[in-house]
Design a protein around this ligand. Structure first.
Ligand code: CTP
Length: 396
């Protein structure tokens, strides 16, 4: 878990205010101290008791409450992060003009913390020249704008204007706090799972969803790196703003990684690479009538890309591998990791436990990172994004 932050969640009056409950909740679940500042209009859409229960703090609305403690500036001054979700067209216009006629306005003006806004409104309002100018003004001042997404709006219409999903807003807000310490670096990440064809319609594959690798690529991008993502059958969309190279088999992944690794500062092998592939790939679909009751497959070894990269070290290039193990005992798991890094020769190995219900397609992850000598460098336990940041800290 990262350091607890004092987060002001500002809620303005749009129907998406009901989703702001999810934003507050997501911050609370991640251990942060959440203070909701709602406009009067926001409280017409979502009840104060809900927000107080979820945020575990009183909800502030009134400029003229708590005057003696100068609450209108105290909240802003003490915030580590201010997130306005939803930000209506009206609130965005007020922010752009620097207006402070309510507690949310004064809180924002009194704060020097990163400001994140998640617009939500009808498409026409979002596309209106006034809103566009206001958003451009906010962006120019360094405000982080998350969304809006495109999709079904409150009425029967759809288009851009939906508030981004709470978890995406929280991730983007936390990313806004992170240092851009990888500017100018080239980071290659492999993610997903390779598929080794048996015939034109079948393959040998694995359960990797690509989520951890995608989180690493996204985190590296947010920290300023130029990122190449070598993607093998991802179950999640690749992040925007990075160079994606799609591959299918281990051989294809090898070729793409080795090409991208030239001139890279770091290579992170998060992909689950098939260790074996069918020796022969049938040109036609394998038929039961021809095989009878048994089908024997002969498999041959695939190249070990991580070992290959590590056997030709390049000065200044860090190579990081993963070890996904089903071992249930912590100490034995670590020993497997130590043996694997000794075999592979990479700089760091991220060791995690996988199983029928662990590691794959989940939102969280728990890893131990060992260095080449087998020492534990760090442990990380949290969202895949948090684990990604802990891994990228190795490059700092
Ligand atoms: N890897 C690789 N090339 C392969 C297999 C694995 O580059 N042919 C990389 C993976 O991307 C990962 C690391 O090696 O970073 C460890 O993968 P893992 O499957 O845990 O290790 P293996 O060497 O395959 O060992 P095991 O016998 O435990 O499967």
């Amino acid at each position: 878990m990262s350091v607890p932050l004092r987060v002001v969640v500002g809620i303005s009056g749009g129907i998406a205010a009901y989703k702001a409950v999810g934003v507050a909740r997501e911050f609370v679940l991640r251990g942060h101290d959440v203070h909701v500042v709602a406009t009067e209009a926001a409280l017409r859409f979502v009840g104060r008791p809900t927000l107080e229960a979820i945020s575990r703090n009183p909800v502030e609305t009134e400029l003229f409450e708590g005057v003696a403690e100068v609450r209108h500036v105290a909240l802003g001054q003490s915030a580590d992060l201010v997130v306005v979700a939803p930000a209506t067209a009206n609130t965005i216009a007020k922010l752009a003009a620097g207006l402070s006629d309510d507690l949310l306005g004064t809180t924002i003006l009194a704060s020097t913390a990163p400001l994140v806004v998640a617009p939500a409104m009808h498409t026409e309002m979002w596309q209106n020249a006034a809103t566009r100018d206001n958003i451009a003004t906010l962006r120019r001042r360094g405000v982080h704008v998350v969304g809006p997404a495109s999709g079904q709006l409150t009425g029967s219409d759809s288009g851009p204007g939906r508030m981004a999903e709470p978890v995406d807003i929280v991730e983007a807000a936390l990313a806004a706090l992170r240092p851009r310490d990888l500017v100018g670096r080239r980071v290659v990440v492999s993610a997903g799972g390779t598929r080794e064809p048996l015939d034109p319609v079948r393959f040998l594959g694995n359960r990797s969803s690509g989520r951890q690798g995608v989180a690493i690529a996204e985190a590296a991008r947010d920290r300023g790196a130029h990122v190449v993502l070598v993607a093998a059958h991802l179950e999640v969309p690749p992040p925007s703003g990075i160079d994606v190279r799609s591959v299918g088999t281990a051989e294809e992944l090898r070729a793409a990684v080795l090409t991208a690794a030239e001139g890279a500062d770091a290579v992170v092998m998060a992909a689950a690479v098939a260790d074996y592939r069918p020796e022969n790939v049938s040109d036609a679909k394998i038929k039961k009538e021809q095989q009878g009751d048994e089908l024997a497959l002969r498999l041959v070894r695939n190249p070990d890309i991580l070992a290959e990269l590590s056997s030709a070290p390049v000065d200044g290039r860090t190579v990081i591998g993963f070890a996904a193990e089903t071992e249930t005992d912590d100490e034995a798991l670590l020993e497997l990791g130590r043996a694997k890094i000794a075999r592979k020769g990479c700089d760091y190995l991220v060791v995690n436990r996988v199983g029928w219900s662990e590691g794959f397609a989940t939102e969280g992850n728990a890893v131990v990172i060992v260095s080449r000598g087998g020492d534990i460098v760090t442990r990380a336990d949290g969202t895949k994004r948090e684990v990604a940041d802990a891994i990228l800290d190795l490059l700092g």
